[in-house]
Design a protein around this ligand. Structure first.
Ligand code: ZN
Length: 71
């Protein structure tokens, strides 16, 4: 069972635009939480018109990863 698969981020290798599955791309008609595989194949990067093939998965950039140990 993989009921809680984390949302991933995908980065455009051409311009560095990052698509975050959790955030979606409302301006492009992509709803919040839309998985990368569910995005239409003809969708292109809003910044540079690159195709999905030009995107690469990136690790989630999250400040929670920092272990703050102030005492
Ligand atoms: Zn781009």
């Amino acid at each position: 069972m993989t009921e809680n698969a984390e949302f991933k981020s995908w980065m455009c290798l051409i311009c560095g635009y990052i698509y975050d599955e959790a955030a979606g791309s409302p301006d492009e008609g992509i709803a919040l939480g839309t998985r990368w595989e569910d995005i239409p194949i003809d969708w292109t990067c809003p910044e540079c018109d690159a195709r999905k093939d030009d995107f690469e998965m990136v690790d989630h950039i999250c400040p929670v990863d920092f272990e703050v140990t102030w005492l």
